[in-house]
Ligand binder design. Structure first.
Ligand code: ADP
Length: 459
């Protein structure tokens, strides 16, 4: 996690797209299910109502027109409430006397107005009734008929139907959620792939991110990022070219100054002038060293064109490095020794490996006191091959040891003149080829030990 707080967002707009989508989908689905149920409750309610009304009318007519001997079949409350059975009442022609009824318990008088109506026999549940009162017959002695049906039963039927209508949408919800989950997961997988692509970029030569498997919605973001990368790349290249050109341009005049100084040496009078002259010469040497390091650095920063890897015998390489730096050792009267107790081979460009060891040995020679001792040892430690470069100089203060690999960092008050670039160059080259540099102050006396861990297959 990075330090920036992302917050949690409002509950209806969480930071996670997936949660947001799922939340809205569930709400939408439940809303749709409820609406469907409501509409079908209203529509089907009307349908049921009209159909049952029609049936009531037919039943009433069947009794009204028939012979007076036809009597309603007796029934009970269970049939009236649970099955919505019709309750038939046969009244005298004047409508005052109830001659027969299928369920005597229900006491609803003959309605004054013929046709459909609603009556209530109380306030408790199930006390509402739908009633159809047949109009008086043409004959004077014709009995009056009234049919009733429980209103609750009708409502329950409409409700059951409405719930059944809403059921498929509700059942589809888990499936829709699963599909959405899969789609969002696939989208976030491609986002993670883009993030992995970005994370694995080489900061010196960032390459464009592939748009192949990126969803259309994210493509503009990746496109904008690619655009930024190409600008960063060209800014890097410009900066690198500038350092390279400047260092290159400085190299020739510096070499000329070096030669002039060399030629002048014979003509410098002894005494203070020689002392000043030596300082001037040291300054020029330092400047030349800095220019070389800058050139090296800018070459190292260039995109890697796949330097040829070769089989490098580490012992041979170290002997070459030591013998080349012998001039510096002699100048400072430092006793430098090499000791190889194992054979080690590394597959890497020899020049890159040389820059690792050259920089470390060069440092040891420069920071060891005049007349000091530097040892280079190739041996096995911690189960693999290592190269130790030991000197008896001042070592590095523990507080600064983590920073000495930074470009241009120099320990304040460091005696030997330098550029602050040597260790940065050494580490970049080492890491590129699977080597690791470890610095620690020596436990057996003053001085620094620089240990290079070779790749485990080296020994
Ligand atoms: P420089 O050109 O200044 O030596 P480096 O990157 O090689 O640059 O080293 C960075 C700093 O680390 C140096 O300025 C010095 O203070 C310290 N350092 C490096 N090697 C040694 C050493 N062998 N002994 C003491 N100090 C060292």
């Amino acid at each position: 996690m990075n330090g920036a707080s992302r917050g949690t967002g409002r509950w209806w707009r969480p930071r996670s797209l997936r949660t947001q989508l799922l939340l809205w989908l569930v709400t939408l689905h439940l809303g749709a299910a409820m609406l469907t149920a409501w509409f079908s409750f209203v529509a089907y309610g009307n349908l049921v109502h009209n159909a049952l009304d029609e049936q009531m009318r037919l039943v009433a007519e069947s009794y009204a027109g028939s012979d007076p001997a036809k009597l309603p079949r007796p029934m009970n409350g269970e049939a009236a409430f649970s099955r919505g059975a019709f309750i038939v009442q046969i009244w005298s022609a004047d409508g005052h006397t109830l001659r027969a009824t299928s369920w005597p318990v229900l006491a609803v008088p003959l309605q004054a107005q013929p046709g459909f109506g609603d009556v209530n026999t109380g306030t408790h549940a199930g006390s509402a009734w739908r009633v159809f009162t047949a109009p008086p017959g043409t004959r004077a002695d014709q009995p009056r008929v009234q049919v009733l049906q429980n209103e609750d039963y009708r409502r329950r039927r409409a409700l059951r139907r409405a719930l059944l209508e809403g059921l498929p949408i509700t059942l589809l919800l888990p499936l829709a959620l699963l599909i959405l989950w899969i789609i969002v997961s696939a989208a976030s997988r491609s986002l993670r792939a883009v993030a992995r692509d970005v994370a694995s970029q080489d900061e010196r030569s960032p390459t464009e991110l592939s748009l192949a498997r990126v969803p259309d919605e994210i493509a503009p973001l990746v496109g904008a990022f690619n655009n930024l990368l190409s600008r960063v790349r060209s800014a890097f290249a410009t900066q690198r070219r500038f350092v390279q050109d400047a260092a290159h341009e400085l190299r020739t005049p510096m070499a000329a100054i070096g030669l002039q100084i060399e030629n002048l040496r014979a003509h410098v009078p002894a005494g203070e002038a020689t002392e000043r002259f030596n300082q001037l010469e040291a300054g020029v040497t330092r400047a030349q060293h800095l220019i070389e390091q800058l050139l090296h650095l800018s070459r190292q920063d260039a995109p890697q064109g796949g330097d040829a890897r070769e089989r490098v015998d580490v012992e041979v390489l170290l002997r070459e490095s030591v013998s080349q730096l012998m001039v510096l050792a002699d100048a400072r009267r430092v006793d430098i020794g090499f000791e190889g107790s194992i054979a080690a081979v590394v597959f890497a460009p020899a020049a890159e490996l040389r820059s690792v060891f050259d920089n470390l040995i060069d440092n040891a020679l420069r920071y060891a006191p005049e007349g000091g001792v530097v040892d280079v040892k190739l041996h096995e430690a911690e189960g693999h091959a290592v190269v130790d470069v030991l000197d008896n100089g001042p070592g590095i203060p523990p507080a600064a040891i983590g920073r000495v690999f930074d470009r241009f960092f120099r320990v304040p008050g460091a005696v030997a003149g330098g550029s602050g670039l040597g260790l940065a160059i050494a580490r970049t080259a080492a890491e590129r080829h699977g080597l690791r540099i470890e610095l620690c102050n020596r436990a057996d006396g003053p001085g620094l030990m620089a240990r290079v861990h070779l790749p485990s297959a080296a020994a």
